[in-house]
Design a protein around this ligand. Structure first.
Ligand code: ADP
Ligand code: MG
Length: 698
């Protein structure tokens, strides 16, 4: 065994302790394996040489061959720069360096022939090439061989002379050390089925492509491999759980469920709600532990479904809890559920960070002795002091705000793992769901309660404020309420808060006859509550807020959503915000206000919002526009998936294929114990053992 994952990068020639540290910190490269799997993010064709005379405005990276006539330095201290006057006989161009000047003048001699590679830039109608790669002409075969890989590097890496070229050199010496050979990671039966390149060939071609065609095949193989092991891991874990984890059985649909359903349900469930309730009932009656993700667009009525599931739990002498990401939300759930249950004798408690000590001292023992049947709360629910007598069902609302680790803490609260229902209004594109939650069963509420009118969405520029105010005044006169949301983005909080406060002042001046209130994250919970309450009760007509109202808040009479600086929000977030209106019988509006200057991408984003009201469609579009790295629900909760080569937006088919192959393998050999599949087992250990195995508990 080569144990490439255990061989420290420090052993590689050319990597001293200092470089090793930078590689690890900046690029996560600690082992030989990490280096091999550090793939180029693009390739540039270096088979062609350009002439200086050909250089014009808009050019990609180009390659020249010629001589430096002389060096000159300009400026002093930090702004000192080195200029090499370069010619190939067709003209001259300046090569410019701002850093490492001595290194260049030591290495590069005027009069000798070199290959120069870089991106021309224009400065006052004169072209130059800043920080080009420069190599002696005798290395032409090595550096100008065709497709040249580009590796991501950071400023710190570059300072330690670890630029893209240096990474390429490291790859070269590593592959050389391996004799350009590499042990296979897939089993022979899979290789035979998928008919893709062997790993060693893929690895050679991803770092040193022989041709565009070979490169494509290498990418395919490595993308497949990446998806395949993720799927194999998730599906195997899910299998094991299904086999080994006993679920609490809820055999009866009893008094609470039936009475509520028959006598107190204020409206008929939608077909989709009924279907999901049936799915949940099947799960909790099966003897398996339920792990279900419930997706439903904002306003589709997930809370009620959650409540029905909780009633099932207490019908079977178990407790149930519902955890929400913010106090406002938890409180709103509590109020909603208390209202639903007002004629039923169910003991419900609310537990949040601001629950008073006096109350907490009463609630905690009552949870521990089972007297309290339903607990609604925030993170406070997962504190160690909260002990349940018999937790049978844990519901997590708005999943994406919670990390896996937090979720898992809930399940440790019982000796038997409770059933878990995760509810989210952030529609997760299929590919992402398969990667992140491939082990969860998924239910979808794809139908809104009847009588909802589609929300009218428009895009307006912020230099037309007067018309906007007039429209809002008309709506308020009709008895409606208005949300006005401002962005709050990491890094610009100060300015963002100022914008909100300025907006608040302006609105108070523009609408002196109405009450305007304001909510934001810097307020004390109690103040937030009071302000929010003014809006919920109808006392205030306009609520101005940062995105705290993004999730879950429900005020059916609010029918206008104004989003300021809409260009600064992500698509999913815009959709979430829009979902705050359109809950009553009135026509609702969403007004996206942006500056006139927009990039193409933001313009497209706003267009999608205006044209579509389908959460899934929007989530897919978001994924395509932004890539999965930024997608809400991954980064926020700290469980962003680190894909090294595959792309969730573009490679959905490969993902599906990899999943099918993984399913087939597990079908034959659920725990991968056969001789043939031992290799897969080994690989899973290498890939996933470093991370805690949350799969068992989430
Ligand atoms: P979300 O899925 O966004 O959490 P909620 O559970 O907050 O949605 O429901 C939105 C609103 O729709 C609530 O006022 C709720 O009472 C109402 N609602 C839920 N189900 C139905 C239904 N079947 N018919 C009519 N209204 C419903
Ligand atoms: Mg909700």
């Amino acid at each position: 065994m080569l144990d490439l994952d255990k061989r420290s990068i420090t052993y590689l020639p050319g990597v001293g302790p200092k470089k090793a540290e930078v590689l690890q910190k900046e690029a996560g490269i600690a082992s030989y394996e990490d280096l091999l799997f550090y793939f180029p993010y693009k390739y540039i064709d270096r088979s062609r040489f350009y002439k200086v005379a050909e250089i014009n405005g808009d050019m990609p990276y180009i390659q020249l061959r010629g001589k430096i006539l002389y060096f000159d330095t300009f400026g002093e201290g930090r702004s000192k720069r080195l200029v090499g006057k370069f010619t190939d006989g067709t003209g001259t161009i300046d090569l410019v360096w701002f850093k490492g000047l001595n290194y260049i003048t030591d290495k590069i001699k005027p009069g000798l022939e070199y290959i120069v590679f870089g991106k021309p830039s224009e400065f006052g109608h004169i072209y130059n090439i800043p920080h080009p790669d420069i190599d002696p002409i005798d290395q032409v075969n090595q550096v100008a061989g065709g497709l040249t890989p580009f590796y991501n590097t950071t400023e710190k890496m570059k300072k330690s002379f670890l630029n893209s070229r240096a990474i390429q050199n490291l790859q070269y010496s590593l592959l050389n050390w391996l004799n350009w050979d590499l042990p296979e990671t897939l089993s022979p039966d899979i290789l035979k089925r998928i008919k893709m390149m062997p790993l060693k060939e893929a690895m050679r071609n991803i770092h040193f492509p022989e041709s565009a065609e070979k490169l494509k095949q290498a990418q395919l193989r490595l993308k497949f491999e990446e998806f395949f092991f993720i799927q194999l891991n998730i599906l195997r874990t899910a299998n094991v759980r299904k086999l080994k984890l006993k679920g609490i059985v809820f055999p009866t649909v009893g008094h609470y469920f039936n009475t509520f359903y028959k006598d107190y349900l204020p409206f008929e469930l939608t077909g989709a709600q009924k279907r999901v309730v049936r799915e949940i009932r099947t799960d909790v009656g099966s003897g398996r532990q339920m792990n279900r993700l419930l997706q439903g667009d904002v306003g589709s009525g997930k809370t009620l479904v959650g409540l029905l599931a909780m009633l099932l739990a207490i019908d079977n002498n178990c407790q149930a809890c519902m955890m929400a990401p913010t106090e406002i939300l938890a409180t709103q759930h509590y109020v909603t559920i208390m209202e639903f249950l007002k004629d039923l004798d169910v003991k419900v408690a609310l537990l949040t960070g601001s629950t008073r000590k006096k109350d907490r001292n009463k609630i905690l023992p009552a949870i521990a002795n089972g007297e309290i049947q339903i607990v609604i709360g925030t993170h406070a629910l997962i504190e160690e002091t909260v002990v349940f007598s018999s937790l049978g069902l844990a519901i997590i609302d708005e999943q994406h705000r919670f990390g896996v680790a937090q979720r898992s803490r809930l399940w440790t609260k019982n000796t038997v793992v409770p059933h878990v229902l995760v509810m989210t209004a952030t529609p997760i594109p299929r590919t992402l769901a398969m990667t992140l939650y491939g082990d969860l069963d998924v239910s979808v509420i794809d139908e809104l309660p009847p009588g909802r009118k589609p929300i009218k969405t428009v895009h307006r520029y912020d230099n037309k404020k007067a018309q906007l105010y007039e429209f809002l005044r008309n709506q308020i006169e009709l008895g409606r309420q208005v949300y006005v949301v401002f962005p709050l983005i990491e890094g610009s909080e100060k300015l963002d808060y100022k914008n909100l406060e300025d907006g608040f002042e302006t609105f108070k001046e523009v609408f002196p006859e109405y009450k305007v209130c304001m909510v934001h994250g810097r307020m004390k919970a109690a103040d937030k509550e009071t302000e929010m309450q003014k809006f919920v009760s109808g006392e205030a007509q306009i609520l101005m807020a940062t995105t705290v109202i993004e999730v879950g808040v429900n005020v059916p009479n609010a029918s206008v959503m104004v989003i300021e600086s809409a260009e600064r929000f992500g698509l999913s977030q815009l959709h979430q915000l829009r979902g705050r209106v359109g809950r009553g019988a009135e026509q609702s509006y969403c007004i996206l206000v942006s500056s006139y200057k927009l990039t193409n991408e933001t313009r497209k984003r706003l267009e999608i919002m205006v044209n579509s009201s389908d959460g899934f469609e929007i989530a897919e579009a978001d994924l395509k526009l932004r890539g999965h790295g930024d997608l809400e629900g991954t980064r926020q909760s700290g469980e962003g998936i680190d894909l090294k080569i595959a792309d969730l937006a573009a490679d959905g088919q490969i993902l599906q294929y990899a999943r099918d192959i993984a399913l087939g393998i597990l079908d034959e050999d659920p725990e991968l114990l056969s001789d043939t599949h031992r290799i897969l087992n080994e690989r899973l250990k290498i890939l996933f053992s470093r991370k805690t195995n949350w799969g068992m508990i989430s």
